[in-house]
Design a protein around this ligand. Structure first.
Ligand SMILES: [Zn+2]
Ligand SMILES: [Zn+2]
Length: 216
């Protein structure tokens, strides 16, 4: 049996690993992570949001700088670009967020949420519902860290499609235990799979670049 007096560690945000402020004690995630999730959700929704902007990138040759092959004997281009489609179709952004909302309803003992209208309308509905319950989720939900990381991936994938940016480059940094962490410059934090140490964003960016592991 462990001794709780000696094993006590100050609680950290489950989303970014930063030690919680005293005013945040008792919460699963820090306020900054809650605010980041709120901004991500807001960025997806509405007429000007990323989700509707995806449909503009569906034409071949649109976005991402993928030039259409003109003339010649190349095989015919795909009728639509697959990545924006997989994000905007059922199974993409809307479904991932709805799956989280269903989970939240279950945790709260509420009825299964209902979806009304086409996918863009459903996106707006699910975003609104998630934002309303975000304070609860960041405070209570043990999987809030997974929620923010999935949301972050979705928003970044949408941004890449809409703006035509290349995916962020991954770099390998060395943990003190000798293991290697694969991170991007905008990572909110990372956990070393070797020793389990949780790094905040500031700490992980201070680590030395790994000599090996660049091939992965
Ligand atoms: Zn946090
Ligand atoms: Zn480590």
């Amino acid at each position: 049996m462990n001794n709780p007096a000696t094993d006590y560690t100050w609680p950290a945000c489950i989303a970014c690993g930063r030690p919680l402020w005293e005013s945040e004690l008792g919460r699963q995630a820090c306020r900054l992570c809650q605010e980041r999730a709120d901004r991500d959700l807001t960025a997806l929704a509405g007429d000007e949001g990323l989700y509707r902007a995806l449909s503009l990138t569906l034409a071949p040759g649109a976005g991402n700088g993928e030039a259409r092959v003109s003339g010649g004997t190349r095989s015919a281009p795909l009728p639509i670009r697959l990545e924006p489609l997989s994000l905007s179709a059922r199974g993409g952004v809307v479904t991932v967020l709805q799956t989280w909302l269903i989970d939240w309803h279950e945790q709260l003992g509420w009825h299964h949420p209902r979806w009304i209208g086409d996918l863009p309308h459903q996106l707006d509905q699910v975003v609104r519902a998630l934002r309303i319950n975000l304070e609860w989720a960041a405070t209570e939900h043990p999987a809030f860290g997974e929620f923010t990381s999935e949301l972050d991936q979705l928003v970044r994938a949408c941004r890449r499609q809409v703006s035509g940016e290349r995916p962020e480059r991954r770099i390998s940094v060395a943990c003190f235990c000798g293991d290697t962490l694969r991170i991007t410059v905008s990572t909110p934090g990372a956990r070393c799979s070797g020793c389990g140490r949780q790094y905040t964003r500031a700490d992980v960016l201070e680590l030395p670049l790994a000599v090996r592991g660049m091939a992965a």
